[in-house]
Design a protein around this ligand. Sequence first.
Ligand code: NAP
Length: 313
Amino acid sequence: MKSFDALILGAGPAGLTAALYLVRGGMSTALVEKGAPGGQVLSTAEIENYPGFPKGIKGWELADMFSAHLDEYPVERLRGEIVSLEIPAQEGGWFEARFAEDGESVRARSVIVCTGAHHRALGAPGEDRFTGRGVSYCAVCDGNFYRGKNVAVVGGGNSALEEALYLARIVDKVYLIHRREGFRGSKVYVDKIAAMPDKIELVTSHVIDEIRGGENMDAIAVRHVGSGKTRVIPVEGLFIYVGMQPLSGFLPAALDMDAQGFVRTDAEMRTNLPGLFAAGDVRAKLCRQVSSAVGDGATAATAALSYLERMNG
Ligand code: NAP
């Protein structure tokens, strides 16, 4: 079995940064990548709030730059999905992570969980049936299919606002459905949306009762939460952005997580289990940004370095 000082699970901004810091700290380091490096950054069209890019940068370009930076160092990059993580019997022992594909395992003295989160389902009738046939969770991946057509976006956070703006550049019209009047997302996006009422129609204080269609979806039935008045909006696509769900189901039961499965850490990214750290969107926290994921990754790696130095005496 391959053994490392540090094993990093997930190759988004948090994992790529943690790997960079650990390998530069002289630790034998492995990074497990499920998909292409970059994580959620890859499905973000334009990143406007990562410092150093005043004109914004495409998500895939930033992901490529992060990954290329790590290529300069001898990090072992392992492809696959980890399905279980065994914790050591005592502090300083080995963690063992098992891969889905072949049941093979790797072990490490410390582990940093950077597996991130994915978009939550809405739970509306018709959602499962029309997923891939109108319903999507990724505007960058699927937006192009709706060129010149009408689509809806549901949600009121930064993801929904950002993706509504992205889609407005491609499609004929976007209906932005949100269950309240006020938006959770940044004012800069709310203002941009308000400035283009012909392109993005706000359907606030409405919920989606049903997604309708035949072979493919062709409409959503929405209801005003106050009056109960219903309306059918003909759209060929629905992009769902109603929050994130952590990818933490494979982690040991002894690990402290919140009710939604986000991993609890202290300010140094230490979990309740010695030698196990978490960074990025999988962590219970308020701010989920590329910049905060990078910061988490650096902090977790620094804490892991001091743990490893203490264990190595
Ligand atoms: P989020 O901030 O948690 O927002 C989720 C939105 O979905 C909320 O507006 C919520 O409504 C709504 N919602 C939740 N459940 C719903 C349901 N069952 N039916 C209808 N609406 C529902 O999630 P997010 O937008 O995916 O963002 C996740 C994190 O990533 C946030 O921290 C966000 O700031 C960050 N992010 C940042 C950027 C950026 O800075 N450029 C871009 C993307 C994401 P309520 O408001 O009523 O609760």
